[in-house]
Design a protein around this ligand. Structure first.
Ligand code: SF4
Length: 398
């Protein structure tokens, strides 16, 4: 078996619930959610921990989890203890993500995968970025980056390992392939991922060690569902739900506490928004949009902040001096005034920043989104300004 000293592409330890990482604004505590869902009791506790032990900011991640910012060394342990007491912080929750559009079949497979991975999930030699993603039948989250993606094709499961191959197999084989892939990465090197294996020896070794025969090319499914917009009322397997966006993918502890007070299970989407269930005891489900708007959440797709995405930038990240939050506010204000957002002229034509998603990023790592972006403003890391750059095609691996 080849062995590799991996880590050559790492830019720093990846924060996890058990291993928070100190950022500029304090410790960052990632809270993985089982199936992307948080109960009212859990949401209330996260809000309380954020306000009393952190800096009050709770971010929605593009893995469908929550993360608390600004914790202090002395509050880290009590924060973890409090959240663990409510069933949060299970490393297996971070390892297996699932589409918010998934139904019972997908959730049943998710439970099987989690069980099968067992202690591998908590093993420090497995990269915290190793993710198994379970897509929905309409491939709404097919662009989700993962080491392996599973999607129901009816009687079988499509197993897709980007740049390695795919196959359609029974559920048992899909689960055993996931476990074999995790074991292969773990045995290949500390925190090795599929990309590390491919860099070192191409796909051949993985083809040899996996229990199924993989086709040689990608079968990445085209999404047959567009990204949900704020205010959309979705018919989900568990009942109707409304899409509610958080400004710049973050809420404060008061907003999260108000959401918890609705008494509903909330789902965090990979698009950094919430799915809020609608009351099912009325004939025509009417989402509580007025109440959600009063909380300060975005329920109108025409809201000028609805399509502005940003990372925390200099306010919390060591990698840059670019103040993305200020820049994002500038972008929102310009959009609200009806003006196009001023950016350098692109080669070959004028910028059109009046529509589409604008991504403001503090550096070229572009953490905030992997979704489609019309315009990207990338911060100069010395803090001297932002430049409009080409929105690159989605990469399969980081
Ligand atoms: S994209 Fe933003 S959050 Fe990510 S490393 Fe760069 S500045 Fe930091």
């Amino acid at each position: 078996m080849p062995m590799l000293a991996v880590g050559h592409r790492r830019t720093g330890a990846c924060p996890t619930f058990d291993r928070p990482v100190q950022q500029r604004d304090g410790y960052l505590l990632r809270v993985p959610l089982v199936g992307g869902t948080v109960t009212p009791v859990q949401a209330n506790a996260i809000a309380e921990v954020a306000s009393t032990m952190g800096n009050g900011v709770v971010e929605l991640t593009n893995r469908g989890n929550l993360q608390l910012r600004g914790l202090r060394p002395e509050t880290l342990g009590p924060a973890q203890e409090r959240l663990r007491s409510l069933g949060l912080g299970d490393p297996r929750a971070a390892l297996v993500t699932i589409s918010p559009f998934a139904g019972p079949v997908e959730h049943a497979l998710r439970a099987r995968v989690v069980d099968a991975l067992g202690s591998i999930a908590g093993d420090a030699s497995l990269s915290p970025k190793f993710v198994v993603h379970i897509d929905d039948a309409r491939a709404a989250t097919s662009s989700r980056r993962a080491e392996v993606t599973l999607r129901s094709t009816g009687d079988t499961w499509r197993v897709e390992i980007p740049l390695v191959g795919w196959c359609d197999v029974a559920a048992d084989d899909a689960v055993s392939t996931v476990v074999a892939l995790a074991e292969a990465c773990r045995s290949f090197g500390h925190e090795a991922r599929v990309g590390d294996v491919l860099d070192a020896c191409g796909p051949g070794w993985l083809h040899a060690v996996l229990p199924v025969e993989l086709g040689p090319t990608s079968s990445a499914a085209a999404a047959t569902r567009t990204m949900p917009r704020p205010g959309d009322l979705l018919a989900l397997a568990g009942g109707p739900a409304v899409v509610v966006a958080a400004r710049f993918g973050r809420v404060d502890s008061e907003q999260l506490g108000s959401l918890a007070a609705l008494g509903l299970d909330l789902t965090v989407t990979p698009w950094r928004s919430f799915l809020v269930p609608c009351p099912s005891d009325v004939e025509a489900p009417r989402p509580p949009v007025d109440r959600l708007a009063r909380i300060g959440l975005i329920v109108d797709p025409a809201d000028p902040a609805a399509d502005v995405v940003t990372c925390i930038g200099a306010a919390g990240c060591w990698q840059t001096e670019a103040d993305t939050l200020v820049e994002a506010e500038r972008v929102v204000a310009l959009r609200a005034s009806g003006a196009a957002v001023a950016g350098p002229i692109k080669a070959g034509g004028e910028s059109d920043t009046s529509t589409g998603t604008i991504h403001v990023t503090g550096c070229d790592k572009r953490c905030a989104t992997r979704g489609p972006v019309a315009t990207t403003f990338i911060g100069r890391t010395d803090g001297s300004g932002f430049d409009e750059v080409a929105s690159r095609a989605r990469a399969t691996f980081t």
